[in-house]
Design a protein around this ligand. Sequence first.
Ligand code: ZN
Length: 281
Amino acid sequence: MQWLGRSESDNVDDRRGVSGGGIAAGGGVLGVIFLLAKFFLGGGNVSDLQQIMPQGQQQEMSAEDKKADDDRAHFVRVVLKDTEDVWDKIFGDMGKQYPKPTLVLFRGGTQSGCGGASSQTGPFYCPQDQKVYIDLSFADELKNRFGASGDFAMAYVVAHEVGHHIQYLFGVSDKMAHLQQSLSESQYNKYSVKLELQADFYAGVWAHYDQQMKNVIDKKDIDEALNAANAIGDDRLQQETQGRVTPDAFTHGTSAQRMYWFKKGYDSGDIKQGDTFSGEL
Ligand SMILES: [Zn+2]
C-alpha cells in the first residue's frame, strides 16, 4: 500500500508512553493457556483476538523498535484517514453524516469504555465510547505468530475494527447486546460469528472504495488481507492452540468464511450485500 507522506487522521488519541512506558513483547505458553482457559470458561469476548494473545512482558524499547513503532503509528493514521474518506462518501451517498470513531493507540495497557485493555487483549472496538483500541505490538503478532506479513495485514485489522463502528452506527451492536442477554453462550456465538464476518465484509468494502478513490492498493495488498483473514480464522486458531476444532466456540468465523466475506465486500463495494445474518437480525 502506498502510504508514505500521505495525509493522516487527527482522530487519534495516542497514549503510547502514557501508561507503563514499556512495550509488551515475548510471552509464553503459560500465558496462552491462562487466556485460553479464561476465554473458554466463559470470559467475555470484547476483543477480536483475546483467546490467543500471550501474556505481555514489559520491556524497554530500543531506539530501533521505537522507530518501527512510530512508523506503524503513521501507517495506522493514514489508514484511518482513508477509512474516514471512504465512509464519508458512502454515508454522504445515503444522505447521512459519518460520525468518525477515535482510534486509541496504547502500549501495554489502558482504560476503555468497555473495561481495561491490555496488549494481550488484541485490537478491539468499544461501542460504549465509539473508540478503536490498538496496541501496535499486534503487528508483530500478526507477522511472527500468524505469518500474516505485509503492511496491508494491519490495514485490514484497522478496517475491520472500523467495520464494527459502522455496525454500531447501523444499530447492529445494540441488537447484538439484546441477544446476548437472552441467548445461551453457544447460541450467541453463532451471532457473534455473523457480526465478525460483517466487519470483514465492511473492511472489504472499504478496500474497494479506497482503491477506486485513491489508487493506493495493489493486488499484493488484497492477498495480504486475505492471508491475514485466513490466518486468524477461528478454526485455524483453535487447531493451533487446542489441536482440534470446536465449532460451538467459534466467535469470528472460519478462515474460509472470513476470506469469503472480505472478498465479497472488496469485489462488490456494495454495503447492501453484507447481510451476513441472512435477515435473522
Ligand atoms: Zn471483530
